[in-house]
Design a binder for this molecule. Sequence first.
Ligand SMILES: Nc1ncnc2c1ncn2[C@@H]1O[C@H](COP(=O)(O)OP(=O)(O)OP(=O)(O)O)[C@@H](O)[C@H]1O
Ligand SMILES: [Mg+2]
Length: 540
Amino acid sequence: MPRHRLGVITDGAFNAGLTARLDPGCSTEGLRIGDFVVVEGAENMYFSMISDLQLRASDPNLLADPPRDASPFIRRALTGTSTYATVQIKPMLMMPKGDELTFLDELGGPQPVRTIPMHFATLCEADEADFGTVFGHEGGKNFAIGTPLTMDLPVCLALDRFVERSTGIFGQSGTGKSMLARVLLSGIIRTGAAVNLIFDMHNEYAFDVQSEEGTWVQGLRQLFGSRVLVYSLDREAASRTGRNVDAILRIGQNQIETEDVLLLAEELDLSSTARANVGLLEDTFGAEWLHQLLSMGPVDLEAFCRERNAHQGSMEALQRKLREILRRDYVMERAPTDAINAMVAALDQGKHIVLQFGRHNQLLDYMLVANIVTRHIRNQYRKKVEKYEETKDAGDRPRPLVITIEEAHKFLNPAAARQTTFGSIARELRKFMVTLMVIDQRPSGIDSEVMSQLGTRVSGKLTEESDIEAVLTGVSGRGFLRSAIESLNTRGEVLLLGHAVPMPIQVRSRRYDETFYQAVGGQPEPARRDYQQDLKDLFG
Ligand SMILES: Nc1ncnc2c1ncn2[C@@H]1O[C@H](COP(=O)(O)OP(=O)(O)OP(=O)(O)O)[C@@H](O)[C@H]1O
Ligand SMILES: [Mg+2]
């Protein structure tokens, strides 16, 4: 079936994009910035996006003296003769015309644009087949993430590519980031593209929560049963009916490194002197620095400061602030060391982990624990990857791991990104098979080097110029993508761009609802006994 025609190409330049004149019957009101359209050239098809819409008149006199209250009849009479509309389009991908299947097989899909069509090539609406050609069909690791804004057909994300590099989900509060994260995480679990570790600051991913629309939405544990393990920092969480957690996580004082404390500089209100003191303590005592500092009485502390030429007042303040951290009931002098190793063992078996914070949901707890756990897990992954490189045995290949963090700018702002494990993971790409999925309302707070390394970016509506700029760091053709982000609805619409999609596209996010639960194979919650068995298998 021929595509629905919109107009013809009248002007253009390779760099600036193409201009098409809309057919008289075609209204600008039926088109949106960011719409996916196709230009049919003589030899190629160009998969493109609408980047601008303009109104024009061929007779300047008409604009100097526009008809007063033009009736629909007069307007129609003028349209296409004296007045007309043009569309700016940006070709993103091209493909030779002809038997699509052969070309797809031979070329492996549409190619980057290398040329432009001639005058009067036709501009058409993209149809279902075009979406399939460009974004692929559901199945395998291709997962439907939403629908085009104006059509009802699935737009797929290649999840195996998605997990290959770190990714970001951005948007103002209430745009649907957490909902879309649930959809993506479910997709990753369902397709087995990776294993997940989710730092769940607001206790919203494991069990059901009420949406802003008032309905209850399922948690991942409820959706996937024992494939998802729930850890908690909060002892009380273990006894909640219907929301049982599998294990309580404890952190040992000996696991807290200087990096963790420096990350908390803002939360603990540490001065630059305090930071220098942390370095001094580490130089002096190595891994035992924290234990040593905390066990110093006033006399020892004074002697230490005198000897090492450190400012005593600020050393005392540091000691006081760190004692405050250690009063948290999840911190023990020495945690059973294998708590985090058990997590890694579970991930190895293909389990997914949600770590809840329960009552300990202050940023300080979140950052401290997430950083410690991530550092240990990444070190383990590094060893696994090194072993795999030696043996080259497929059985030694670690499963790719995706670590999800909210409030990502706290871990990845320019100062923190240089020091923390999260910063290294984001920068080193997928070398150790660990990538991040960062969720944030204010991408401008994230280090620009980290932003430029993000493979796939999913952005809901943003209005701050600096946030939009940040999302588009390192992307070409920023101008119209900026308009595409600005023109999104405030809820449930996103722009997808990057590694896991062949070209940028705006989509209405897939609804996270009953239909979705059915589609991802929502098994009913198995009896509690099964978890116990699983845990026994895992932890002996
Ligand atoms: N894909 C979706 N499926 C179902 N409901 C959605 C979806 N996207 C958005 N919503 C609705 O929008 C509300 C806000 O979404 P969500 O909680 O994901 O926002 P958010 O971007 O995470 O906000 P915040 O930054 O404040 O955490 C939801 O409670 C729900 O009612
Ligand atoms: Mg949220």
